[in-house]
Design a protein. Structure first.
Ligand code: ADP
Length: 209
């Protein structure tokens, strides 16, 4: 489709961060991209949905994905899975009407987080990203776009989420055997606050890995 962004059009971190003191040859920077906009408009093997445990569709990114994929079709796919899906877990479905440019949708159930982030919530958030990566690898998916799981309706602090996610990805993709399975990991940032948090934390990570 015409309004879809391809991976060739999205810069990698090593192309957008300047500064000679940074070791941008690290494989991490060659695989990770930031994308600003609607996750249904990017061409990747897998997009990650921030689903609820019933996989019933909802507001936010979940609503956008259900609309774009075709609500009834995607619901039929979701019903093939055992529900409720535990927090921190993920399931894979067909991309339905999004299959023009997406192979699979990975539905992650992030932690509901009012009244502050705890270590337990942080682990659940990290678990969503870990499971999405595992499921992609099992399904031969080589590129993925993550939305900012839990930071909308579920109330997870944006700064803490950016830090938790980037730190996890940094650790995971430090290893050559993990990185070589992938073409691209896209972090889809929809809100200005997330753009700011991610940019700030990428700088912190670069200075103090
Ligand atoms: P949760 O219930 O897990 O908090 P939300 O959908 O409320 O899920 O929010 C998760 C993140 O997805 C938020 O950062 C929100 O701004 C973002 N978001 C909303 N719509 C879209 C979209 N179409 N594409 C990408 N991200 C989106």
């Amino acid at each position: 489709p015409e309004d879809v962004t391809t991976l060739d059009e999205v810069s990698k971190l090593n192309e957008i961060i300047d500064g000679k003191k940074f070791d941008l040859k690290h494989p991490f920077f060659d695989k990770i991209s930031l994308f600003y906009g609607d996750i249904t408009k990017i061409q990747v093997d897998a997009i990650v949905n921030a689903a609820n445990d019933r996989l019933g569709g909802g507001g936010g990114v979940d609503g956008a994905i259900h609309r774009a994929a075709g609500h009834n079709q995607l619901q039929a796919e979701c019903r093939k899975h055992t529900r409720p899906v535990p927090t921190g877990e993920a399931v894979v479905t067909d991309a339905c009407k999004l299959s023009t440019h997406v192979k699979k949708i990975i539905h992650c159930v992030g932690p509901i987080c009012y009244g502050g982030v705890t270590d337990e919530k942080r682990k659940k958030l990290e678990s969503c990203y870990r499971r999405a990566i595992q499921l992609s690898e099992e399904n031969d998916l080589r590129s993925i776009a993550f939305c900012c799981i839990s930071t909308g309706i579920y109330g997870y602090d944006n700064k803490d989420a950016a830090r938790t996610v980037l730190r996890f990805l940094w650790r995971h993709f430090n290893k050559e055997e993990n990185v070589e399975k992938w073409d691209r990991i896209v972090l889809c940032l929809f809100m200005d606050v997330d753009k700011q948090c991610y940019k700030q934390y990428i700088k912190e990570l670069l200075l103090d890995p």
